[in-house]
Design a protein around this ligand. Sequence first.
Ligand SMILES: O=C(O)c1ccc[n+]([C@@H]2O[C@H](COP(=O)([O-])O)[C@@H](O)[C@H]2O)c1
Ligand SMILES: Cc1cc2nc[nH]c2cc1C
Length: 341
Amino acid sequence: MWSISAVERSEENQIQATIDNKTKPQGSLGALEVIAKQVAMIQGAKLPKLKQPKFWVFAGDHGVAEESVSAFPQEVTAQMVANFCQGGAAINVFCRLNDISLSVVDAGVKGDVSGFPGVIDCSLGKGTNNFCVGPAMSIDTIELAFARSSSLLSQAAQSGTNIVGFGEMGIANTTSSAALIALLTDIPASYCVGRGTGIDADGLERKLEVIESVRDKYRGIDSPVEALATVGGFEIAMMVGAMLSAAEHKMVILVDGFIASAAALVAVKMVPEVKEYMVFCHASAESGHHYLLQELGVKPLLDLGLRLGEGTGAALAFPLVQSAVAFYNEMASFDSAGVSQ
Ligand SMILES: O=C(O)c1ccc[n+]([C@@H]2O[C@H](COP(=O)([O-])O)[C@@H](O)[C@H]2O)c1
Ligand SMILES: Cc1cc2nc[nH]c2cc1C
């Protein structure tokens, strides 16, 4: 279904040579060198360019919130959608600061958000089913999520966007993400759970019980799409589709924190090549993120102790990706500047 090509390797040595010939000791721009090489390989261009950066915040509610696994009530999801639409959330601030266009998507919020200005209606339902009782959603719903997210990405590609980020908002979605990680990896359940929005010790214990029970119940599942339908969320499914579609369009994908990385895990399990398009922007303070990043074999750009989601870590990392492309395009070489090596 997805036609994602591996990035072009034929120019790899030339790109590395360009980086190494800049007026600096080899490797001295550290992670920026890795990003510059990745962007140059994704774009296959002599002078890579980041065009029309665009983020989406996908919002959705979770039936598993019934298990008292979040520090906040479920209505906060819809209330935060109102806040995103009014421009008052952290992600609005960081996107404005960095000239990133931001859209808000109703992926399946329980409350009515249809009247909020600018909200894009992709609703897949009024919150998922509680996956402690039965599957969160059907495979048909996943297909719909993929179709709707692909349509958003195709529109953005048509208007010239080649770098994207995906944020999320959904009370209890750290439990859904932990369940996905528990089903799709060998990471122990106790490493997958964390405090999310700041749940207390009793809540953390309940979260662990939820994850252990779904792992026992659904042990046989090894298909990423089936895992997504069983314990995922509407906003997570939209993010998986958006990531795969972005890679089809050869876009740079800025991956945010714990929930976005759980979506990335599902996408990578579906089509491994998608990882080549991903920049892992930050290490979340959510404890399971560290193990997930290790499992994916990636090193995040920033470690700021963030645990907000919304795409905030990705928006904060965007200027670093811009800096990587700028040094690649604009720095003098040893030859051009007459510097000895
Ligand atoms: O992205 C992260 O690393 C992250 C870590 C912890 C919490 N969050 C946000 O907090 C919400 C989920 O937390 P919880 O406790 O309700 O599962 C959801 O709206 C996420 O955007 C996000
Ligand atoms: C206030 C609030 C803002 C958020 N943004 C993303 N997740 C969130 C969770 C809460 C509770």
